[in-house]
Design a protein around this ligand. Structure first.
Ligand code: KG4
Ligand code: ZN
Length: 392
């Protein structure tokens, strides 16, 4: 994806800054569409990879200025999952009004933006195209650079928006609706995959369990709420792939076990009562969380890292956070995560990730980038991005 030597590199050395200081001031005076100081940018972030339209303004000096989100979950709930065509159409309706909203909340106009970051993948192709088209159209009209950002890198970096951000290196557990991955992170774009799910993602397992228990989409938070009323120990579910070495996951066996338990309960005298449903929800959640905790402990021990970052929708799960904190305390390690609204899809994480890469000079060419499947370890490091300057 990198086209070496084609892009404009936007980062100057200190010496260049001093010698070009006057020129830069002059450039801002005549309203050249470049930031006054090359180490600073105001980035508009756009997220439309699935069923949430997220927009945010991130200032590389002042931090997050504003963010807005429209969730389509009510629209998709009738269908029991995301309907891609409906998702794309709704992004078209919501995206520009949300862009205007974040600008109004920050008291800024479009002309203040220095660059636009949008989710380029992985995700639903139609939904990605909406964000990419709007980003490129706005970028062209305003004469500013645009960059397609990796959705999972956005999730991974979301904890950087919090008050006490993690330092590199760290181990990251990425747990969303489509991904379950353990990654060693040495810097932005320096990712070593340690393990991943060989079948269903953790969030997917939560969503499917919710369906079996008659709960609406998205299932994760609903399973967690129902589990609060469950009786501990009534059912014991397996902890898949924890009895052998390695850092890969498998959640499809756990899903089948849950289905068999639900079917057996239906045939029983008590039937699938509210209490039985809550007990099953708790047994499932405990098994899924235990499995994730065991693998995270192994990853910390294997890498020698004492920092663990959790990111993606499932990282909002309270039982998972508590389980990981308990394990990490024993290892004298620390766990980092984003506030709940930045665990699930949002524009702030895209604005932040885009800002880091655009500061390093990375930009799209003229083409909109939309990649439904995109391995995160294919991303360039910031040093490589600085050299190449352009993603196409
Ligand atoms: O990161 P995300 O918003 O979208 C993707 O990139 O996939 O993750 C959505 C997933 C869904 O599967 C949802 O059920 C799950 O995250 N989720 C949760 C919780 N909140 C969201 N799973 C368990 N507990 C939660 N509190
Ligand atoms: Zn996501």
């Amino acid at each position: 994806m990198i086209a070496p030597g084609q892009g404009q590199v936007n980062v100057c050395s200190m010496k260049q800054r001093v010698s070009f200081g006057f020129l830069l001031e002059y450039a801002s005076f005549i309203h050249l569409r470049q930031p006054m100081w090359p180490g600073y940018m105001l980035i508009l972030g756009i997220e439309t990879s699935c069923d949430e339209t997220g927009v945010a303004l991130f200032d590389t000096e002042k931090g997050l200025l504003s963010h807005a989100l429209f969730s389509q979950t009510d629209m998709h709930a009738d269908y029991g999952g995301v309907v891609p065509e409906l998702a794309s159409r709704d992004h078209v309706r919501k995206l520009l009004p949300l862009c205007d909203q974040v600008l109004a909340e920050s008291g800024l106009s479009r002309s203040a933006i220095d660059g636009i970051a949008y989710t380029a993948g992985p995700g639903l192709i139609g939904a990605l195209m909406v964000g990419g088209s709007v980003a490129h159209a706005l970028g062209f009209a305003l004469g500013i650079p645009v960059l397609g950002v990796h959705h999972m890198e956005g999730h991974l970096l979301a904890p950087m928006l919090e008050e006490n951000p993690p330092a590199f290196p760290f181990v990251a557990l990425l747990v969303s609706g489509g991904h379950t991955q353990l990654v060693r992170v040495d810097g932005i774009g320096q990712y070593q995959m340690l393990g991943e799910s060989v079948d269903d993602a953790a969030g997917e397992a939560f969503d499917k369990t919710a369906k079996m228990l008659g709960l609406d989409y998205p299932g994760g938070p609903r399973v967690a709420a129902l589990a609060e009323k469950g009786t501990p120990g009534r059912y014991r579910f397996p902890r898949p792939m924890t009895d052998r070495p390695g850092l890969d996951f498998s959640f499809s066996g756990l899903k089948t076990f849950t289905l068999n338990t639900v079917n057996a309960a239906r045939q029983s005298e008590e039937g699938l009562s509210d209490q039985v449903r809550a007990d099953i929800a708790l047994a499932f959640e405990t098994a899924a969380v235990d499995t994730l905790v065991i693998k995270c402990r192994r990853a910390l021990e294997q890498t020698g890292c004492d920092r663990l970052v959790i990111a993606g929708g499932v990282s909002a799960n309270k039982r998972l956070r508590a389980g990981l904190e308990k394990m990490a305390t024993k290892l004298r390690a620390h766990v980092f995560y984003a506030r709940p609204e930045f665990c699930t899809d949002n524009g702030a994480m895209i604005a932040y990730a885009g800002a880091q890469r655009m500061l390093a000079g990375q930009r799209d060419g003229e083409r909109i980038v939309a990649v439904p499947r995109w391995p995160m370890n294919a991303l360039p490091s910031l040093a490589e991005a600085r050299q190449a300057g352009l993603v196409d």
